[in-house]
Design a protein around this ligand. Structure first.
Ligand code: PEP
Ligand code: MG
Length: 555
């Protein structure tokens, strides 16, 4: 008997479409029982300490194998596995009669609870501790550790969600798509998938029905997983996948809609090496150069000369093209020790971004001087903008200093609802604006952009965020000045079309997202994008907004 097709939906990341067979990531281990040990205390102590030790060794070895950022993630996990305080706690529990697995479980859970109470960044590390505990317990029990299954042949990975240790080690030649039952559009998994150009569907709550070996079609563009597809459906999907790939490969020029309307497609960069990736992805320039990334480890403010050299290295990659440099955005999630006030209770609402720079005007002036010098010596068309502008007066002050120091194009970022609502006044002063949708969403929904527990609110499809963007688009139209987007929202192909419909004139994103966005916008005319935007603006929430937009796609 052949199985009937079943369709499971979720939130698609990217426009990829693949057909393949499922491999499930094992679910978390069951909680070890509380029944006392049948072994001697010494035996339990050896089981626990050798598993902790072996897990640390294994994590470090995987780090060496993976290299780069992944090595840092795995080294941090290894440190948890051989933390002396945790080991002491485990031993004490075993001495009181616990089994090795129960002692590890309780000791790690106790430590995780302490981190959770601390909140913020520490609370997010609690999940990592649970991941390490599971690896140790699996080792004690002699079963395979939860994690990405090993395979020589490609597969579609289905998981509840991915821990950092899993994502760090994903082999993108083997894992062809990701499906998770948990997580939202800005989850760690979704961001990774977007960055790597891997088709993914997150928050597919009913994907529990998928089991190892199932053949599925994963259509990230539609946010749809088809289980037990018919042979005809598979054949159609393969043709569609080819045509989407061809559209991606074919759309190499500047960003252009079906009616010829041009929308500049730019890249977000943080260093000269990421600028290289932007050039390879045919970016038309840089829409956001995050300069603070260059100085995260500095104890003192960088000199004008050191900055000039760093900026020149990026500008030189874009002769004749636009490079929008953002002055240091320090504070909250990106503290710089030479600029950020310590001990603020609420740093996201504190002296971050332009506020910190006005409090240390000498640092702002030194940076603008370095940018002006590097721009003068390069062929790039350099624009400069300020982060976290909340008022018209801040705009005046920033643009004034830029003019004084010889910056020709001075703009501001719209990341706070107040500046979106006052965009008409702001654009009378600034030469351009660029909307940072990551922060604009965070501040509109009052939801910390890094906190998993409120990730469902951090969604730029929310019509409240889109209505604010409409205000900015209208202000751009009235003043005839450019309105860019440089947050994650620009990397979502369908949302990109909506944003154009709201009046946005350029989109800046991580280089891997460019091909999909370029292909997607070429399928719509400007008036269709405006119609799409109108539909989305009248919805009640982000989920309805997505549905309203996707309905147009499937018509
Ligand atoms: C944003 O907030 O959307 C943005 C582009 O800036 P960052 O992500 O660097 O805060
Ligand atoms: Mg921001």
């Amino acid at each position: 008997m052949t199985n009937k097709e079943i369709i499971v939906t979720g939130i698609g990341v990217g426009r990829g479409l693949v057909v393949g067979d499922v491999r499930r990531m094992p679910d978390p281990l069951p909680e070890p029982t509380k029944t006392g040990s049948t072994k001697t205390t010494e035996e339990e102590l050896v089981r626990a300490s050798s598993a902790l030790n072996q897990t640390a060794v294994d994590l470090r070895a995987r780090g060496v194998q993976a290299g780069g950022m992944a090595k840092d993630v795995l080294d941090a996990l290894a440190l948890m596995a051989d933390d002396p305080m945790l080991l002491a706690d485990v031993k004490e529990r075993i001495n009181r009669g616990s089994t090795a697995e129960r002692a590890v479980f309780d000791a790690f859970a106790g430590f995780a609870a302490v981190l959770e109470t601390a909140g913020g960044y520490m609370a997010e590390r609690a999940g990592d501790l649970a991941d390490v505990a599971n690896r140790v317990i699996a080792r004690i029990m002699g079963i395979s550790a939860p994690g990405v299954p090993q395979s020589e042949t490609p597969f579609i990975l289905v998981a509840r969600d991915l821990a950092p240790a899993d994502t760090a080690l994903l082999d993108f030649d083997i894992v062809r798509a990701l499906v998770t039952t948990d997580g939202g559009p800005t989850s760690h998994t979704a961001i990774l998938a977007r960055e790597k150009g891997l088709p993914a569907i997150v928050g597919a709550t009913l994907a529990n029905v998928l089991v190892d070996g199932d053949i599925v079609i994963v259509d990230a563009g539609k946010g749809e997983i088809v289980l037990h597809p018919t042979a005809d459906h598979v054949a159609d999907a393969l043709v569609e996948a080819q045509s989407r790939q061809a559209a991606r490969d074919g759309a190499t020029g500047p960003g252009r809609m079906a009616d010829g309307h041009e929308v500049q497609l730019l890249a977000n960069v943080g260093s000269s090496s990421s600028a290289g990736a932007a050039v390879d992805a045919h970016a038309e320039g840089v829409g956001l150069f995050r300069t603070e990334f260059l100085f995260l480890d500095n104890d003192t403010a960088p000199t004008v000369e050191a900055q000039r050299a760093e900026y020149a290295a990026v500008f030189d990659k874009f002769p004749g093209q636009k490079v929008v440099v953002r002055v240091l955005d320090a504070g909250a999630d990106k503290p710089l020790s030479f600029l950020t006030d310590e001990g603020e209770e609420n740093p996201a609402l504190g002296r971050r971004g332009i506020r910190a720079l006005f409090a240390h005007e000498e640092i702002l002036r030194a940076q603008l001087t370095a940018i002006a010098q590097a721009a003068e010596a390069s062929l790039a068309e350099v624009w400069v903008m300020a982060p976290m502008i909340a008022t018209v007066e801040e705009t005046e002050a920033f643009v004034g200093i830029c003019r004084e120091l010889g910056i020709n194009k001075a703009g501001v970022m719209i990341e706070v609802p107040s500046s979106a609502l006052l965009a008409n006044h702001i654009l009378e002063i600034a030469d351009f604006v660029s909307i940072g949708t990551n922060d604009l969403t965070q501040y509109t929904l009052a939801a910390d952009r890094l906190l998993g527990t409120v990730a469902n609110l951090q969604d730029a499809w929310n019509p409240a965020v889109l209505r604010l963007i409409r205000e900015v688009g209208l202000a751009g139209k009235m003043t005839k000045k450019p309105v860019g987007i440089c947050g994650e929202a620009a990397a979502d192909p369908l949302l990109a079309v909506v944003l154009i419909g709201l009046g946005v004139t350029s989109l800046s994103m991580s280089p891997t997202a460019l091909a999909d966005v370029r292909a997607e916008i070429s399928r719509f005319t400007l008036s269709e994008a405006r119609e799409l935007a109108e539909r989305v603006l009248s919805t009640r929430n982000a989920a309805d907004a997505r549905i309203a937009a996707s309905a147009v796609l499937t018509q």
